[in-house]
Design a protein around this ligand. Structure first.
Ligand code: HEC
Ligand code: HEC
Length: 413
């Protein structure tokens, strides 16, 4: 009896037609609704095919590191939707946070969980000099490009003549305004003009990397096929009940309704790209993360930001940076992540504090007070079955992963 009633109820959930307003909302979430990445006026080569190819090589090349073993793909692994499966990323040391995917990162005006960089190209420069990540210096990278014959040629084809860095009295081996005292001293000893020359080459590497990243987009998932079937076959008469059946439909109803996930995870990438405090617990042993409150300060002082001289569009006034929201709500706030391919990127949250998707849903159900700032999410009355439905729905957001392996496994040109 009970089973029969349950099946009947599932049938109702699966066959209740969506209202016109709901249908419009579902279409706004489908990948079909995703426009091309927004223009990146600060990066003149953002859509240059030669820069895309150059960026792809750089992304997979471990020679861009202090020890010759770390590339962007050490942490942004194509097979894991450009993440690494770790709580906090690890290379030369341990990073501060959980690795976020580069897929569709081009759609966000801010990079990182705390938005401490205001463009994809300026973001790409940070890991190259982070002592826990690639650990090198901009001087080293500029010289590498100038002395690697294939790269030199590609670089000059895109950006024009490359300087000669062979005079060690002007261009020391290691130099950067980095935490390393020796590199810092060497950098301070260079002339302002030489520093500018090196910064120019360094920022161009970021621009090529960003051009490549702009091409890495998620593929269509069972959810997208479901939405397409609603238009083609008529409301709720889809064919493939196995990949998008009653449970998934019920989960989708919760996602856009009672569970309020849609408030922040909306649009075809399932993110509003805004900063919100969702009360994720601090990582054991770490101070509570100030999130956007810290990130905005860093974005404003970054020499490679929108207002800086290395931006190709610093004259536009940079309203996004100058008028960014700066009030109490940004304390402990993180940028809403995309939920595309979310089942492929455990663990979750800014420090990988939460092991599984099911536990993330439980975190939202409890919505405990935040340790720092104010948790915007409200507790939810979700039964275990409803949580399972939400979970089933989120798994339907996985489609083909964007990344491709480099042409040869060493990544060398
Ligand atoms: C040691 C591992 C590691 C390496 C190496 C690394 N990253 Fe990351 N990356 C991370 C982590 C961790 C984050 C998230 C940090 C945060 O949110 O504060 C991140 C974030 C990003 C983001 C922002 C995504 C978003 O949605 O906010 C982009 C883009 C990115 N990395 C590109 C690169 C590029 C390009 C390289 C190579 C030049 C690179 N990364 C090298 C670990 C790494
Ligand atoms: C108030 C805005 C908001 C609401 C409502 C919200 N989220 Fe989130 N979501 C975020 C933010 C911000 C993060 C990143 C938090 C962090 O890293 O600490 C996040 C993280 C996540 C993650 C982990 C992503 C990752 O890559 O680590 C998942 C999964 C998720 N949310 C699912 C949901 C579901 C399911 C709901 C509804 C029950 C929901 N969210 C409601 C803003 C929101």
């Amino acid at each position: 009896m009970f089973v029969a009633a349950w099946i009947a109820r599932q049938q109702i959930i699966a066959t209740t037609p969506w209202s016109d307003a709901e249908l419009a909302l579902l279409r706004s979430l489908a990948l079909d609704a995703l426009p091309p990445p927004p223009p990146s006026p600060g990066n003149a080569v953002a859509d240059d095919a030669r820069a895309v190819e150059f960026g792809r090589r750089l992304f997979f090349d471990p020679r861009l590191s202090a020890n010759g073993q770390i590339s962007c793909s050490t942490c942004h692994q194509p097979v894991k939707n450009f993440t690494d499966g770790l709580k906090k990323a690890r290379a030369l040391g341990v990073s501060q946070r959980n690795t976020r995917s580069i897929a569709a990162a081009a759609y966000s005006p801010w990079q990182y969980a705390d938005g401490r960089r205001d463009s994809l190209w300026s973001q790409a420069l940070a890991p190259l000099e982070d002592p826990a990540e690639h650990g090198g210096t901009r001087m080293q990278y500029a010289r590498f490009i100038a002395t690697e014959p294939v790269y030199r040629k590609i670089y000059e084809g895109i950006f024009g003549d490359l300087s000669d860095f062979s005079d060690r009295s002007r261009f020391p081996d290691m130099a950067a305004p980095s935490p390393d005292p020796a590199a810092h001293k060497a950098w301070a000893g260079m002339s302002a003009e030489d520093r500018r020359t090196v910064n120019r080459v360094f920022s161009n590497l970021g621009k090529a990397l960003a051009a490549f990243e702009r091409t890495q987009l998620p593929g269509a998932s069972p959810f997208d096929y479901y939405v397409a079937s609603l238009s083609k076959l008529g409301n709720n008469e889809q064919k493939d009940q196995d990949i998008f059946g009653a449970r998934e439909i019920a989960g989708l109803r919760l996602f856009i309704g009672k569970a309020q996930c849609i408030d922040c995870h909306n649009g075809p990438l399932f993110t509003n790209n805004e900063f919100h405090n969702t009360g994720a617990l601090p990582y054991p042993g770490d101070l509570p993360d100030r999130g956007r409150a810290q990130g905005l300060r860093e974005a404003r002082t970054d020499e490679f930001n929108c207002l800086g001289e290395y931006s190709d569009d610093s004259k536009n006034g940079c309203p996004e940076l100058r008028f960014a929201r700066d009030d109490a709500t940004i304390i402990g706030a993180m940028r809403t992540p995309s939920l595309r391919n979310i089942a492929d990127t455990a663990p979750y949250m800014h420090k990988g504090q939460i092991k599984s998707l099911f536990e993330v849903i439980d975190h939202y159900r409890r919505a405990e007070p935040a340790i720092i700032g104010h948790n915007e999410a409200k507790p939810l009355a979700l039964s275990r079955r409803e949580r399972n439905q939400l979970f089933a729905f989120m798994k339907t957001l996985s489609g083909p992963l964007p990344g491709q392996a480099p042409q040869n496994s060493s990544g060398k040109p």
